[in-house]
Design a protein around this ligand. Structure first.
Ligand code: T1G
Ligand code: NAD
Length: 694
């Protein structure tokens, strides 16, 4: 970390260099305070430019310092120091001025930025609020309404919008340093502008705060920080600067120690670790300039759209002409939906659709770099497809399957050049869901695996390396969730009570509503295959519903009944009758919502520990990401493992032991017991468990 001061005539240029993102570590805060003192003492200096080396302006406080006691100089003091400087400081912004970085810029007399810069206060995404004046200075500078938008959403704005809002004073074309120095020379002769801290907050219309609260509450769902941020901005508009700063700081420190903040920090670092499996360090992926999808159904169409959204030309291969037309229509419908939702323009939809070629001729794939198969979940059908692909595709083309449950080793067995094969498991809808499970086979070459991770980066997906077992990481845990949910039905709970409990826990929908949406038939396929392998999946009620063709919304009934054209789930007498028959021998009881949630979530934790124990996942945090980005597990709970640590692993083991005695869950696995004894998942398994127990 360095802070250097250079002279350009009467302008001092302070350059911050603290890779990778110039985060405001204690050392950097100290160096900035010293720079202010040095330049205050230099009469020859008429103005100061604050600029950063590397790929970005200051991207915020150093998040890795959050778990430790805060050390001086504290950021509010650093910002005040710059604001009170004898000369005007000009913040010269490139990359991202985020969190504490924007707060430092708000302490400067002026802000300029290159057109590609982005500015924001994303603290709520970390379960906190700005802690160095963001909720106090921003409304004074850009008004309460714009400040509420930026702070409660945590979303950054681009330089053009920032200029329009008055957040920055100018957009610099060309070289930032040169432009900023010219700007500084220009303002050096002018009287210092009034410090933002001394400006009044513009008034708002009657009812503004009430409607803002309603809106923020709706968007925040279970997350606490957005509402706290709103109350801090409101407080800043109703009290003086010093009181407002004290209120903000107190709220910041309270939230910093909260479980939601710990969970969101955990997810922040997990999302940065998952794309880099150690085995791929230094491995170069293969080039992917063209792609193809085989199968244009629910998943194939979504995958084709994701590839087109990333700019890749796509060939869609289907069984016959009619199926090709159906596949193209599925893709067109997704693009039309995106236009309707304002995600893309009509022109973009037309351009992207034009980049899709539909055909039943595999011959078109002879020079394609990447082929993703998404045909029926049937081993014979998939093997036929890969036999054809290995005949027509280049030996170095990457071939992937989107199978949910089948063994990729078996799917690719016998195909030539097996090293070019891997599983790429997308989640429905594939063009929206962030998660991508990347599943190497026993023969996948390192550069092919690296190509999977590079593709995830290109598609903006969160990649998680998953080993091979029935359902990989996500669907394996989903099987346990479904079995647990059915166990509860046989012990006195109803589908709507279980679903309500899981929604209260923070999931977008409960297990029964989710099955009705995705279709009960997919899991039925999986259970059939499991029974053929000699396993005994537990689904007495679901089996009977499938036997009655009750596959969910698509067949007008599943766990719930649905009126034609209405997706509102209605309690079903048929289902209630089946449950009554199946639970005739089981002890019935009344369930509190928390108990229902425990019966679902704690076995998730146990299965996750089993997955770690078997080495199917590299890190505990990877499993948390799978549940958050693939299955709607609430981000502010950090995923099942992080949640278990928050509850206390010893408590989780004790509760699981009790549930298993009652025959309501499997007993805690060896790894979970040992983790409870040793206080974490770090290095307790014979196998390599990577990472810091997170
Ligand atoms: N602190 C510590 N490390 C950070 C960091 C931060 N703020 N931001 C990024 N890193 C690390 C990251 O872990 C990774 O490390 C490397 O930098 C590259 O990150 C008082 C209290 C800036 C847009 O929330 O959004 O200020 O894995 O892979 O895709 O009010 O990082 O390589 O070892 O993400 O180019 C508010 C968080 C903090 C911004 C760059 N700031 N960062 O994205 O790279 S709270 C944020 C980002 C705050 C004050 C409060 C992004 C980025 P490693 P990366 P990228
Ligand atoms: P789907 O039934 O909607 O689509 C399958 C498509 O494959 C059909 O259009 C069919 O015409 C085509 N097809 C079948 N045989 C073919 C062949 N020999 N050549 C070319 N095309 C052929 O199924 P889906 O839901 O899209 O599932 C596809 C795959 O993705 C399955 O392996 C499934 O397990 C997996 N998957 C599904 C989901 C999901 O939520 N639906 C999620 C993840 C993965």
């Amino acid at each position: 970390m360095t802070v250097t001061i250079a002279r350009e005539g009467a302008i001092a240029v302070v350059t911050v260099d603290n890779p990778p993102v110039n985060a405001l570590s204690q050392a950097l805060r100290q160096a900035l305070v010293e720079a202010v003192a040095e330049l205050n003492a230099d009469e020859a200096v008429k103005a100061v430019v604050l600029i950063c080396a590397g790929r970005t302006f200051i991207a915020g406080a150093d998040v890795s310092e959050f778990g430790k006691p805060p050390r001086p100089p504290h950021l509010p003091d650093v910002v005040a120091c710059i604001e009170d400087a004898k000369r005007p400081w000009v913040a010269a912004i490139h990359g991202s001025a985020l969190g504490g970085g924007l707060e430092v810029a708000l302490g400067c007399a002026y802000r300029v930025a290159v057109a590609s810069a982005s500015l924001g206060l994303p603290e709520v995404k970390l379960g906190i609020i700005p802690g160095a004046g963001g909720t106090v200075r921003l409304p004074r500078l850009i008004g309460p309404a714009a400040a509420v938008d930026m702070v409660t959403s945590g979303s950054p704005v681009g330089a053009k919008k920032a200029e329009m809002l008055g957040l920055i004073d100018a957009v610099i074309d060309g070289d930032l340093r040169t432009g900023a120095i010219a700007f500084a020379n220009d303002v050096a002769e002018k009287p210092l502008p009034e410090p933002i801290s001394r400006r009044a907050v513009p008034a708002v219309e009657a009812g503004f705060w009430e409607s803002a609260e309603t809106e923020v509450t709706a968007k925040a769902k279970r997350e606490v920080a957005p509402l706290k941020a709103l109350s801090s901005i409101r407080n800043a508009s109703e009290t003086d600067f010093a009181d407002a700063m004290a209120f903000e700081r107190e709220t910041f420190l309270e939230l910093r120690g909260s479980s939601q903040a710990a969970a969101l920090r955990h997810v922040f670092f997990a999302e940065r670790a998952a794309p880099r499996p150690p085995e791929l360090s230094g491995v170069t992926p293969r080039n992917v300039r063209s792609a193809a999808v085989v199968g244009g159904g629910t998943m194939g169409a979504g995958i084709a759209v994701a590839l087109r959204d990333a700019g890749l030309p796509v060939v869609l291969v289907e069984r016959d002409k009619a199926a090709v037309e159906r596949g193209l229509a599925n893709i067109r419908a997704i693009f039309d939906g995106s236009v309707k939702r304002g995600r893309i323009t009509q022109e973009a939809a037309v351009e992207r659709m034009a980049g899709v070629t539909g055909s039943e001729d595999y011959g078109l794939l002879s020079d394609t770099d990447l082929v993703i198969e998404a045909v029926f979940e049937d081993i014979a059908v998939k093997r036929t497809v890969f036999t054809k692909l290995s005949e027509v595709c280049r030996p170095d083309a990457v071939l992937a399957t989107n199978t949910s449950y089948l063994d990729p080793n078996v799917i690719s067995g016998g195909a030539s050049h097996p090293e070019r094969f891997l599983g790429l498991h997308f989640f429905s809808p594939a063009n929206v869901m962030k998660l991508l499970e990347i599943v190497p086979t026993a023969t996948t070459a390192p550069d092919v695996l690296a190509t999977g991770f590079a593709l995830a980066r290109l598609l903006g997906k969160i990649p998680v390396r998953a080993g091979i077992c029935d359902g990989f990481i996500g669907n394996r845990i989903l099987k346990v969730t479904r079995a647990q949910a059915e166990r509860l039905l046989l012990c006195g709970a109803t589908p709507s009570a279980v679903d309500a409990a899981m929604r209260a826990f923070g999931l977008p929908m409960g297990p029964f509503e989710a099955q009705d949406l995705g279709g009960l038939d997919i899991a039925a396929f999986q259970r059939k295959a499991a029974r053929e392998r000699g396993e005994a999946p537990f689904a007495p009620v679901a089996d009977r519903l499938c036997a009655m063709e009750r596959h969910g919304q698509k067949s007008g009934g599943g766990w719930y009944d649905y009126h034609p054209g209405d997706r509102t789930p209605k309690a079903s007498d048929i289902v209630a009758a089946i449950i009554a028959e199946e639970s005739a021998v089981m002890p019935q009881r009344n369930w509190a919502q928390g108990e229902l949630a425990d019966c679902i979530v704690l076995p998730m934790v146990n299965e996750a520990a089993g997955i770690l124990e078997e080495g199917v996942a590299l890190r505990a945090s990877d499993i948390d990401l799978v549940k958050i980005h693939g299955y709607g597990f609430p981000r502010c709970r950090g995923g099942p493992i992080q949640y278990a640590k928050h509850r206390g692993l010893k408590t989780v083991v004790a509760l699981l032991e009790r549930l298993s005695v009652e025959g309501l869950a499997d007993a805690p696995c060896k790894l979970l017991r040992r983790a409870a004894e040793s206080g974490g998942f770090t290095t307790v398994a014979g196998g390599t468990v990577i990472g810091n127990g997170s």
